[in-house]
Design a binder for this molecule. Sequence first.
Ligand code: ATP
Ligand code: MG
Length: 575
Amino acid sequence: MRFSDCYIPTLKETPADAEVISHKLLLRAGMIRKLTSGLYIYLPLGLRAIEKVSQIVKEEMNYSGFNELLMPMVQPADLWKESGRWDHFGKELLRFKDRNGRDYCLGPTHEEVITDLVRDEVRSYRQLPVRLYQIQTKFRDEIRPRFGLMRGREFLMKDAYSFDADFSSAEISYKLVYDAYCRIFTRLGLKYRAVEADTGSIGGNFSHEFMILAEAGEDTIVVCKNCDYASNIERAEIAWDGEQCTDACPAICKVSTPGAHTVSEVAAMLDVPEASVIKTMLYMVDDQPVGILVRGDRQVNEIKLRTMLKAMKVELASAAQVEAVTMAPLGFAGPVGLNIPIYADAELKGATDYVTGANEGDVHLLHVDLIRDVKITAWGDLREITVHDKCPRCESEIELTKGIEAGHIFMLGVKYSDALNAVFLDETGKEKMMIMGCYGIGISRVVAAAIEQNNDEAGIIFPPAIAPVTCILLNLDPKNSDVSEKVEQLYDILKKMNMDVLLDDREERPGIKFKDADLIGAPIQLVLGMKGLSKGVIEAKDRRTGEKVELHLESFKQDFETWAANVKRGWQNRV
Ligand code: ATP
Ligand code: MG
């Protein structure tokens, strides 16, 4: 590829509406352009990166015995009504009608379509397992599309599905994908972690997310410093196994707390630790108010709440709802006398004599004993884990890091086979439900996440496996025929070596070429100008380490091969 033939519209200025680094750099490096909110055009270089990721994903899925197919993006509403998701998927599902007034949606995922396919074709246990995947555009009308390719409305996903005769076989399918994903992210040259995850709106029995580690990640992951436990904070368990406190608690009394709305204000005013104040949070759970109690210095984990209450929808109550339930202004809710279901975090059993809101403006209660004074509907693990908690598996220290969810795999069990009646006949002729799994990788998000993990002030530092071009060859003096002739020769050699090379043959100043080369992020830069030619050397730079070496033009092919192999090895060692 010659730069002069390519459409690579790099930008000097950072576009104003880009918040995260990958979004800024993808725009600046001329890899994507925004069409409208959450919709992006993949420009030639961006598309090459996406295709490199797709190719590795395909190779590893094929190797695992999954077969590629391609399903329509447009899906009939009937299937979604059958699965029940027409009503439950919410506004992310973009719905429309055809000319005959029939309802359709744009596929945000394909469980319904694939289950419909397989239920009509597979009758006998002999035909199982069925393991299929596709790489295809998805549409989700996200509330807040943002961060460029990280959270688009339209994006590219690899989605795979497995159908098995029983759970042990389904676990094999699951493991095949788990292992394929480990190979994929390793080959991509990315630092990642597989973590235990919540099953969300897809549902099912258990699941893992594959997180690409990066500061800009929207997810927090919990990693044990000792064992291999790793989990999304959304579901990281806290095993509270303390003794229930039986200390006698003085009688409740009211105390005036003018203007103290927050836990820290109340704790400061009453001169007690925040841990002695109970935070009473009101939620609307499937549209019914419930009270949730956690220690003042803790956060409620809404995912755990949803799981514990087996709820479809969990929303923080609005100020008006809180005031209607507590008959008090916001900031003074408390559990004593509150006539709604109350769920308390297990840890609160460990003490007594708490401070709570009094359901009365500017008043709190002292000496609350939850067992004595409150009707607790149930106790449970309802709070978010903190870095001071212990690993739920081995009780060692944990750490928290940020990750970008790049892949998500689910053991679905019979959730969809049940709803869509995907059954088969077993060896004894008995009808059974197929056990399903589904497995996604956000191909376009992976490209953005790779950039979040690998960049510097000058631009993108692409891992070799994802880089749209592996090598950029800069001709610093295109007007000089000796230099140009040599550069052309090297360009030929590189192409014959199967190197993905971009020749910067533009009549631009060297400064501009250096800047664009760094910005685009090719792992290898080769630079030749008059000075080098006269010395018989070409400069080679490793984009990741910044290390530069001079390679002899005479023995270019061998020297380059050895050096380039080292650059790639450096990437592998890093993962
Ligand atoms: P998130 O929690 O980030 O919204 P999700 O749980 O909705 O993701 P899945 O339904 O598991 O995502 O989809 C599989 C994969 O598709 C995700 O792991 C992610 O890589 C990718 N993905 C999901 N939503 C988007 C999006 N809006 N833009 C780009 N990629 C996405
Ligand atoms: Mg997910």
